[in-house]
Design a protein around this ligand. Structure first.
Ligand code: PEP
Length: 240
């Protein structure tokens, strides 16, 4: 039995809420055993919140307000009722966004100031993985961020996102153990997690949940991941 509340987070990316997601009995709704969080588009946040779902934004701008056309601040996301925000998702570190470690560190600080929980996404590219640079990349990505107990870290190897490829659960465990020593609170695994492989990742001692993209758009598949997490839940200490 794990010590703590696991977190299962759905990243719907640039997709509207899946059919039935907002209805009674949906797997995206809170349950007593684990934390379920949905990262919806800004346009779906309010609908999700009204339906009772715990939500997060997929991105937030680190300035509070002003002449930043097209942006939405962490403060505004908080006022809308979202409780979490993703910072540094690999799809935003890549072109056309090219977010840097410095910018992402600013986002984390801004989210904390606004009163929402940042989920900081880190992870190496395939090239870096093959060159055995994973730990160096993670070190670099974490260096500029102040890792308070309110920061959750999602380890998402960039080569595993949306590819159907994953590290083995024990490889992922080693990397999570390394990340845990750096600070923050819970550490999540992300990258092609699905209803079949979720349990093997979630039962690793330093993996406290999952960030799920593709499979989170299929309510039945997402429900399987939620159930896998519920089956191994307990209490994790040390997070705010
Ligand atoms: C993600 O986008 O954070 C992600 C993990 O995607 P997928 O589950 O599709 O690999």
């Amino acid at each position: 039995m794990k010590q703590g509340r696991l977190i299962i987070a759905a990243n719907w990316k640039m997709n509207r809420a899946p059919e039935g997601a907002l209805a009674e009995g949906s797997p995206y709704l809170p349950n007593k055993d684990i934390d379920v969080v949905v990262f919806a588009t800004l346009l779906d946040l309010r609908r999700c919140i009204v339906a009772g779902i715990i939500t997060g934004a997929q991105y937030g701008f680190p300035k509070e307000k002003g002449a930043y056309t097209g942006e939405t601040s962490m403060q505004m996301i908080c006022e809308e009722g979202a409780q979490y925000v993703l910072c540094g998702h690999s799809e935003r570190r890549d072109p056309p966004h090219n977010e840097t470690d410095e910018f992402i560190a600013e986002q984390v600080a801004s989210a904390l100031k606004a009163g929402i929980y940042p989920i900081l996404c880190i992870g190496e590219t395939e090239k870096e993985h093959d060159a055995d640079l994973t730990f160096d990349v993670i070190d670099r990505q974490l260096k500029r961020v102040t890792l308070t107990p309110k920061v959750t870290i999602a380890y998402e190897p960039r080569w595993a996102i949306g590819s159907g490829k994953t590290p083995t659960p024990s490889e992922a465990q080693k990397i999570h153990a390394f990340i845990k020593k750096k600070g923050g609170s819970r550490t999540l695994y992300g990258g092609s997690m699905n209803g079949k492989n979720a349990k093997d990742f979630l039962k690793q001692p330093d993996i406290d949940g999952g960030l799920i993209g593709g499979a989170s758009l299929k309510p039945k598949e997402f429900a399987m991941i939620v159930e896998a997490a519920r089956a191994i839940t307990g209490r994790i200490t040390g997070y705010a």
